[in-house]
Design a protein around this ligand. Structure first.
Ligand SMILES: [Zn+2]
Length: 271
């Protein structure tokens, strides 16, 4: 009885120490969330940024998931962007995190110095902001945007994705995301031909495809088609503060589609 009690206490202690680690499915795929946004004033320097990175680092260790922070600096002021980026490069090193830049301006290459861009671990972009047929800028995750006729919307959306995929980016985020108004028609609107054109572009330009746990995209048909074409993948949450690192959906669909660790993009820098 005594030894039973002792082993129960031991098991309980191990569970408490490991905590959230048990939440993720067992896998030998790289447990990484390379689309982490932190909840803090993104323009801040000093103690605010330092403590946000420190907190993220602690959570990453606790969950057993490697984090890649996706920062978003997009002002016109190159010196300001550069000083923020240099600061985050130092913090990422200090706290064993990967550092990425999420770019949403199409002239992003000109608002940072090449030296700084060369020091970050990845550049991530999605294709969710573009002009509709009438030339009105649409943010397609925002409900009620003037999307236009669905097939026409898809053609413009695919063309915009091709433009983004031709840029020197590392990761294509939120791939095949559809607005709420069209989500029920995902299988019909994402024809094989539309999927194939984007997969071919990603493979040709060596852009890894994110498997996104928050929006649950892309679907299995897309992932299998992309694997067959020789694409590489990443896991990402695109969560802000709460929910970062929670990549269970991504792991499960990757396993279902037969992905192996060789199919994944891993940043080069040793953490
Ligand atoms: Zn993001």
């Amino acid at each position: 009885m005594k030894s039973f009690l002792r082993s129960s206490v031991l098991i309980l202690a191990v569970l408490l120490i490991n905590g959230f680690k048990t939440d993720l499915p067992k896998t030998d795929l790289p447990k990484m969330d390379l689309h982490v946004h932190l909840n803090y004033a993104s323009q801040s320097l000093g103690i605010t940024a330092d403590s946000a990175y420190q907190k993220a680092s602690k959570l990453s260790k606790k969950m057993g998931v490697t984090f890649g922070i996706a920062e978003e600096f997009g002002s016109d002021n190159v010196r300001r962007n550069d000083s923020l980026l240099a600061n985050r490069i130092a913090l990422a090193k200090k706290y064993s995190l990967y550092l990425g830049l999420q770019v949403s301006r199409r002239d992003w290459n000109s608002i940072f110095s090449p030296e700084n861009l060369n020091k970050i671990d990845f550049i991530l972009a999605d294709a969710l902001i573009f002009p509709n047929r009438k030339g009105e800028m649409i943010y397609i995750w925002v409900p009620g945007m003037p999307l236009g006729e669905p097939q026409e919307f898809m053609d413009i959306y695919v063309a915009h994705n091709l433009k983004v995929l031709s840029e020197p980016i590392t990761i294509w985020a939120n791939p095949t995301f559809l607005p709420d108004a069209l989500i029920a028609r995902y299988d019909e609107l994402w024809t094989d031909a539309r999927m194939k054109s984007l997969i071919d572009a990603a493979v040709k330009n060596h852009v890894a495809i994110e498997i996104n746990s928050r929006f649950k995209v892309p679907n299995a048909r897309f992932i299998k088609m992309a694997k067959a074409a020789g694409a590489h993948f990443t896991f990402g949450t695109n969560q802000h503060g709460d929910g970062i690192g929670e990549i269970a959906w991504s792991i499960n669909i990757a396993k279902d589609c037969g992905l192996t660790k060789e199919d994944f993009f891993i940043p080069k820098r040793k953490l």
